[in-house]
Design a protein around this ligand. Structure first.
Ligand SMILES: [Zn+2]
Length: 130
């Protein structure tokens, strides 16, 4: 995505969550994360190096993820976190987006392979193989 598109998308998501005039965004180089949220400055930081490899669908997911941490005032990925995220995505969609994010990170050769992934959905450790 283009930087300005990310900012436009951020504004959209912020509006959906009712966080207008509260949170800000910064697109900056980061070594080990896709994105992070500072509770102290109420600022979402998006890794500048990943902006170009993610499309709108993935970026929306990332932005929502981080802003939900702020909305529920919890840095953890507990029940409340996934309940809130579940208002926007089905479990199946979440999983496919998580996989897509990891794929893109892996296939992007200019990124540090240690860059952290998103936490997986709560039941992802449970095998669903037949
Ligand atoms: Zn998180």
């Amino acid at each position: 995505m283009e930087r300005k598109e990310v900012i436009r998308l951020f504004r959209e998501v912020v509006r959906e969550l009712g966080l207008e005039k509260v949170v800000r965004i910064r697109i900056v180089p980061m070594k080990r994360k896709i994105a992070s949220f500072s509770f102290k400055t109420k600022t979402l930081r998006i890794n500048r190096n990943i902006v170009e490899i993610f499309d709108e669908k993935l970026m929306r997911f990332i932005i929502l993820h981080e802003l939900i941490h702020f909305k529920i005032n919890d840095v953890n990925h507990g029940k409340e976190f996934f309940e809130e995220l579940g208002r926007y995505y089905s479990e199946k969609t979440m999983k496919s987006l998580e996989i897509e994010i990891i794929k893109r990170l892996i296939s992007s050769s200019n990124l540090n392979s240690e860059i952290i992934h998103f936490p997986q959905s709560p039941d992802s450790s449970t095998s669903r193989e037949p």
